[in-house]
Design a protein around this ligand. Sequence first.
Ligand SMILES: Cc1cc2nc3c(=O)[nH]c(=O)nc-3n(C[C@H](O)[C@H](O)[C@H](O)COP(=O)(O)OP(=O)(O)OC[C@H]3O[C@@H](n4cnc5c(N)ncnc54)[C@H](O)[C@@H]3O)c2cc1C
Length: 483
Amino acid sequence: MMTPMTTEVDRGNMKSAVVEIDGFRGELINAGHADYDIARAVWNGAIDRRPRLIARCIGAADAVKAVRFARDHNLEIAIRGGGHNVAGTAVCDDGIVIDLSAMRGVRVDPANRRAWVQGGALWGDVDHETQPYGLATTGGIVSHTGVAGLTLGGGVGWLMRKHGLTVDNLLAVEVVTADGELLRASEREHPDLFWALRGGGGNFGVVTSFEFRLHSVGPIVLAGPILWDATDAGEVLRFYRDFVRDARVELGTVVRFGAAPPLPVIPANLHWRPVIMVGTCYAGPVEDGEQVLRPLRAFRTPLLDLVGPTPYVGFQSALDSTVAHGWNYYWKSTHLPELRDDLIDVIVEHAFSSSSPRSYAAMFHLKGAVGRVSEGATAFGNRQASHAITLDAVWRPGEDFGDRDTAWTRRFFAALGRFREGVYVNFLGGDEDPARVREAYGDAVYDRLVDVKTTYDPDNAFHHNQNIRPGGLLRLPTAGRRH
Ligand SMILES: Cc1cc2nc3c(=O)[nH]c(=O)nc-3n(C[C@H](O)[C@H](O)[C@H](O)COP(=O)(O)OP(=O)(O)OC[C@H]3O[C@@H](n4cnc5c(N)ncnc54)[C@H](O)[C@@H]3O)c2cc1C
């Protein structure tokens, strides 16, 4: 039965409309609401979209009602978890945003090493609740990133080489499908859907709850960055390549290229100096980590070595202020193979030539437990790649670096062309060729995702995402790729 909707919304008169979704308990926000502009803003300040309605859910039942309402009234649907995706797909023009940002609950069962996490939680929420027990699961390296979007795309982070991707630790979800049904999906319940949700992104429904496996981590870990001058980048990368090739899986590293950010832990005389920074986190005993990291820390004389025993939960938010909400962002990304000399030369040639001092490139070392799971076991593609690199243009409101650094990311990306080995779907931007979504999965996984999409969302109701089009559908997605 069709749920009631006010005539004002039917006429598109957003300013004055009083909107109702029968039985919806959360908040409904439209253009007439005092918080409309705050509620439609996402992490990437370059995204400026005006939904007709934001349905801020407070529970799974609200999400069911919102999906049914949207389908009944043929509204475009965007799903918002943490609102962190660079492409801004969490918000759409004119349609409804099913907004889970008020659903940030986390419950931990330390005895069984499980956590249940609501669909709008951020990684900081998860670490905050699990770390008192010395437990964690693989999450993102910025604490204000959403759990939902990150998990559904795969989830890379400091712990992945030891404990697998975030999806490798996902045990079950509760999801509202395109026909407004609330299902539980796991290896046993709707296994095809569960497979697709472990990498296929927000294509299959609104996930209201995640169940994760947890591991012993910290609460003190050996972690921190090591900085060398940018002029040493080539030598550092050659050493790094050999160092990480057979490194223990406990060691997670991310290389950051760009100006040293003005973090309190970095001395003022180094702020904004072009540096290559190798971030490290050892997911094992601190003493073992000291031994493992010794050769890297002794390579040449770093400008700064901040590696030391540190609370994992604090380390997880160390980079937060370098990627603040409301700044403007434009990304390109690709997976890369092992760092051959000619690849290193390309990286070094381009990595430090952005205009904005806030723009940077970041390269995650994969392998370890990521590559041990067979290709196709989940919907995360390209598991054998060695590195995932993002080329990130960053400029603050009012700064004029946007065009130049967007061009910088594109030039850098083009130069990496012959080395490209797929891409991580969550690092794709908002203006990508649809072929890049296939590239993110590889043909076999992509074709299987199409089958699952055709079963669970044949009308492509969920298309504000890196879209997997259902088979037999002629209509192209109309939004979600523009900004
Ligand atoms: C600064 C920064 C750092 C990052 N670091 C990492 C990292 O370390 N590791 C990593 O793996 N990724 C990282 N990412 C990428 C990150 O995984 C994606 O941006 C991800 O989409 C963020 O999730 P979100 O919930 O905040 O997304 P949102 O912007 O809220 O949503 C993006 C899309 O995800 C889907 N989605 C969101 N919530 C739900 C839901 N509840 N149910 C169904 N679909 C949903 C929808 O399709 C939506 O369009 C980073 C991103 C940024 C900007």
